[in-house]
Design a protein around this ligand. Structure first.
Ligand code: 5AD
Ligand code: SF4
Length: 474
C-alpha cells in the first residue's frame, strides 16, 4: 500500500505541461467510465469576467473529454465559479454547495469543484476545508490555467486539492475556449485591479493589473470574428488602464481602434470604465470607431464628494459630470449606465440625496444599484457604519423610485422611433416574442421568428410599459 502511495507521490511530482495533464486526465476518465463520456455541470456567479473564465475552464473540460449538462444531478463533475463582491453572492454559493451533499453521497465518484474570487479568500477556503468535506477541488483565480494539473491531482492522488496561491506571472495565453454564445463573445483584455476602492474585495482576490498583449487580444478578436460572432465585449475591471505599464505604447483607446479596424461585420462593447481613467482621448476614439456601440458603462458609486473620497475613487462629482458632458458632446446618442452603492459606512441621508440628484441630472439609461456589503480585509469594513440596514434599504427604495421615473420617461421618448437591435433570445414567456438589445443596451421585445436570433434587425418601438419596451420588426 505504501509503495503505491510512493508511486503516486513520485508521479505527481513529475514535471509536465498542462497539455500532458489534459491527456492523462482524459485517459483516467476513460478508464473510470469507458462506455460514455463523462458529464460536467458548470455554474457561474458574478460578473462577465467570471463568465469568460468559465468559458476557458469549459474549453479545458472539453479537451479532457467532458460533455456538458444543465442538470447537476446528471453530472460527474460539478463546478461553481464563485463571486466575492457582495455577501449575498457568497451566501448563495454556500447554500448551493451545501445542497450538493446528498447528491455526492449517492454518487461517490462525482467530483465537486469550487473556483473563482470567493475561493481566493483564505477564510473562505478554510471554511470549505472544515465544513464541506465532500468538496474535492478548490482553486483561486490565479490557478485557472493549471486546471488540468489540478484535476490530475484529484483523480490520481485521490485527495482533496486546494490551490489558492497568488502569482504576478504574465497572463497565460493559449487556453482553449468553449463560448456560451455563437454570436456574442467576451474578450478579456486585462486581469486584476490596482485601484483599491475602499469597499471592494476585487484587488485582493484578482491581484494587480496585468494586461494581455495587443497581439494576443487581436489574435483572439480575429478568431472570434472568423467564428461569426456579431458582438465582441472587451473585458477588464478597469479597461481604461489597459497597457499602462507596457512598453509598446498601446493604451486602451489605441487598442479599441486596432480592433475597430479589423475587417468584418461586428460591433464592439467594453466594460468596465473607471471615471478616473476615462479620458477625452477614449471618448473621441469611441466616437470615431464606427463599430463601437454607443454605450458607456461608467460607474460613479456616489454623487457626494466626501463619500467618493472615503471610497478612494479618485474623481469628484464635478469631474464625473464634466466627463458625461464631453461624452454627450462627441456622441449625442450615447447611452450611459452606472453602478451605485447605497449606505457606504458613514454616509448620511443628505449625502445619499447627492446620489439621487446626480442620477436626476445625468438621466442614466439604467443602473446597477447595491446596498453596501462589508468585505473582509477591505478598508471600509473597518469604518464606523452607524446607519442600520433597514434605513439603508429605505434609501435604496427611494433611489429605485427616482430611477424608475427617469427610465419611464426615457422609454416613452423611444416610442415611434426605430432602433437596430441584436436579436438575443426568445422571451421567458415563450409566447412567440423575441428580445433584442439596442447599441445603447436597452431591450425591446417584438414578435418574430426564432431564426432571427443572432442577427441585427431594425425594430420600431410601439409601446412602453414602465421600463419594458415593445416593438415590431421594420
Ligand atoms: N458592497 C456593495 N457593492 C459593491 N460593489 C463592489 N463592492 C461592493 C460592496 N462591498 C459594487 C460596485 C461595483 C459593482 C461591480 O459592485 O458598485 O461597481
Ligand atoms: Fe473594485 Fe474599484 Fe477595482 Fe472596480 S475599480 S474592481 S470597484 S477596486
Amino acid at each position: 500500500m505504501s509503495t503505491l502511495r510512493n508511486d503516486i507521490a513520485r508521479d505527481l511530482a513529475l514535471p509536465r505541461t498542462q497539455n500532458e495533464y489534459t491527456e492523462l486526465v482524459r485517459a483516467l476518465l476513460h478508464q473510470r467510465c469507458p462506455l460514455a463520456p463523462p458529464k460536467a455541470f458548470v455554474h457561474t456567479y458574478g460578473c462577465q469576467g467570471n463568465v469568460a473564465d468559465s468559458e476557458r475552464i469549459k474549453g479545458m473540460l472539453a479537451e479532457m473529454g467532458y460533455e456538458f449538462t444543465d442538470a447537476r444531478e446528471d453530472a460527474d463533475f460539478v463546478l461553481f465559479n464563485t463571486c466575492a463582491v457582495r455577501e449575498h453572492a457568497e451566501d448563495r454559493v454556500f447554500g448551493n454547495v451545501g445542497a450538493l451533499k446528498p447528491l455526492k453521497s449517492d454518487k461517490k465518484d462525482m467530483i465537486v469543484a469550487l473556483c473563482g474570487c470567493m475561493m481566493q479568500q483564505p477564510h473562505v477556503a478554510d471554511r470549505i476545508r472544515q465544513s464541506y468535506p465532500f468538496v474535492n477541488l478548490v482553486f483561486g483565480t490565479f490557478a485557472i490555467h493549471r486546471f488540468p494539473e489540478l484535476m490530475y491531482r484529484v483523480l490520481r492522488g485521490g485527495k482533496r486539492v486546494f490551490e489558492i496561491g497568488e502569482t504576478q506571472e504574465p497572463v497565460p495565453e493559449g487556453l482553449p475556449v468553449r463560448r456560451d454564445s455563437m454570436f456574442k463573445a467576451w474578450l478579456p483584455i486585462m486581469y486584476g485591479c490596482n485601484n483599491f476602492c475602499s469597499y471592494c474585495v476585487v484587488p485582493y482576490v484578482r491581484g494587480r493589473e496585468r494586461s494581455r498583449t495587443p497581439e494576443a487580444v487581436l489574435a483572439e478578436a480575429k478568431e472570434i470574428i472568423a467564428g461569426g460572432a456579431k458582438e465582441i465585449t472587451l473585458l477588464g475591471q478597469n479597461v481604461n488602464s489597459y497597457g499602462k505599464n507596457a512598453s509598446d505604447g498601446v493604451n486602451f483607446p489605441k487598442l479599441l481602434k486596432m480592433i475597430n479596424d479589423l475587417p468584418g461585420d461586428f460591433h464592439i462593447r467594453f466594460m468596465t470604465s473607471h471615471p478616473k481613467d476615462c479620458t477625452k482621448e477614449l471618448l473621441d476614439t469611441m466616437a470615431a470607431c464606427e463599430k463601437a456601440d454607443r454605450h458607456l458603462h461608467l460607474p460613479f458609486q456616489s454623487g457626494n464628494n466626501r463619500v467618493l473620497k472615503a471610497m478612494n475613487r479618485g474623481y469628484t462629482r464635478e469631474s464625473y459630470l464634466e466627463l458625461i458632458r464631453y461624452a454627450r458632446k462627441v456622441m449625442p446618442d450615447i447611452s450611459i449606465t452606472s453602478d451605485i452603492i447605497v449606505g457606504f459606512p458613514g454616509e448620511t441621508y443628505d449625502e445619499f440625496r447627492d446620489t439621487v440628484s446626480l442620477i436626476e441630472e445625468v438621466k442614466f439609461t439604467s443602473l446597477f444599484t447595491f446596498i453596501y456589503s462589508p468585505r473582509v480585509g477591505t478598508r471600509a469594513a473597518a469604518m464606523e457604519d452607524p446607519v442600520p440596514y433597514a434605513e439603508k434599504s429605505r434609501w435604496f427604495t427611494e433611489l429605485l423610485k427616482a430611477q424608475e421615473k427617469i427610465a419611464a420617461a426615457r422609454s416613452a421618448d423611444m416610442v415611434g422611433k426605430t432602433y437596430e437591435v441584436l436579436v438575443e433570445n426568445e422571451t421567458k414567456e415563450a409566447n412567440g416574442m423575441l428580445t433584442g438589445r439596442t447599441g445603447g443596451n436597452i431591450n425591446i421585445d417584438f414578435a418574430g421568428d426564432p431564426a432571427l436570433i443572432g442577427s441585427y434587425r431594425r425594430v420600431r418601438v410601439t409601446e412602453a410599459k414602465n421600463w419594458l419596451l415593445f416593438g415590431e420588426l421594420v
